[in-house]
Design a protein around this ligand. Structure first.
Ligand code: ZN
Length: 113
């Protein structure tokens, strides 16, 4: 399973320390769990999910990733290099997280497994 961090903000802590796990946004500070539609604030311009990926993987899987993000109406798909051949995969939405984010993340796991 991919480790997925998000730019969503915890409604209690007001911090962006939410991981996406088992279909929920989980706050690492207070342990609160949220569904996609309960996340109304983001620390970045977009509502983003982020996971580690190699550059090679990003290049090889780019068509699959584009297809996936198109089907789930994402507004952004990008790779941010962090070091030698490794980086972060960012996927973002303008208006908020999709309700079916869980399905999307499942497919993302299959693509990157
Ligand atoms: Zn919290």
């Amino acid at each position: 399973m991919l480790k997925i961090s998000t730019s969503g903000v915890c409604r209690k802590c007001k911090r962006a320390t939410l991981w996406y796990k088992d279909g929920k946004f989980v706050c690492t500070e207070c342990g609160r769990k949220y569904t996609s539609k309960e996340i109304v604030q983001t620390m970045s311009d977009l509502f983003e999910i982020t996971t580690g990926i190699t550059k090679q993987e990003f290049v090889e899987k780019s068509k699959l990733l584009k297809n996936l993000t198109d089907r789930f109406n994402a507004d952004f798909l990008g790779y941010e290099p962090c070091g030698k051949g490794v980086g972060l995969l960012d996927i973002g939405w303008e208006g908020g997280y999709p309700v079916r984010l869980n399905m999307m993340v499942q497919e993302l796991n299959e693509i990157l497994d």
